[in-house]
Structures are given as structure tokens and as C-alpha cells.
Write a protein of this length. Structure first.
Length: 81
């Protein structure tokens, strides 16, 4: 099924992954904000519809540049948020 992109869902998943990586709440918020905004910018630049799997993969890619531990938690624990 199709649904509108919700940046809050991406933010919440990243934030939960960061907290589960034992990061401080402030750092978790900064990472979640930066990466979720980058994902939103990427989606807005796409000319075609983007699947949830593509969003998932792009988020992992961006997280690996920020914090590999959070990227691992995000990738391996999809149901955190």
C-alpha cells in the first residue's frame, strides 16, 4: 500500500536506535534530526515515488556516515520505534 512519507517516523526510529546504542539523549536528538532531515531532502529531490525499503537503505547509508553503532542498531532492529 502507499502512504505519505512521515519524517517523524524516521526521526523516531533513528532516535530509538541511538538511545539503544547507549548515546546521550542530546546526541541522539542531534543525529536523528540531522539524518531525518537529510532523508527528507533526498526524498524531495527524487522525481519518482520512493519505497519504504529505499528510505530504509538511504537512512542506513547516512547513519553510517554519522555513527556506525547507530546504523547497526537501526539496520538490525527495525521494530524499535
Amino acid at each position: 500500500h502507499k502512504e505519505a512519507y512521515d519524517e517523524r517516523k524516521v526521526y523516531a526510529s533513528i532516535y530509538a536506535s541511538a538511545l539503544n546504542s547507549q548515546l546521550d539523549k542530546v546526541i541522539a536528538e542531534k543525529i536523528a534530526e540531522k539524518v531525518s532531515r537529510a532523508v527528507t531532502h533526498w526524498i524531495n529531490s527524487e522525481t519518482q515515488e520512493v519505497t519504504s525499503e529505499e528510505i530504509f537503505r538511504k537512512t542506513i547509508e547516512l547513519l553510517k556516515n554519522e555513527q556506525k553503532g547507530v546504523a547497526f542498531m537501526y539496520e538490525t532492529h527495525r521494530d524499535l520505534a
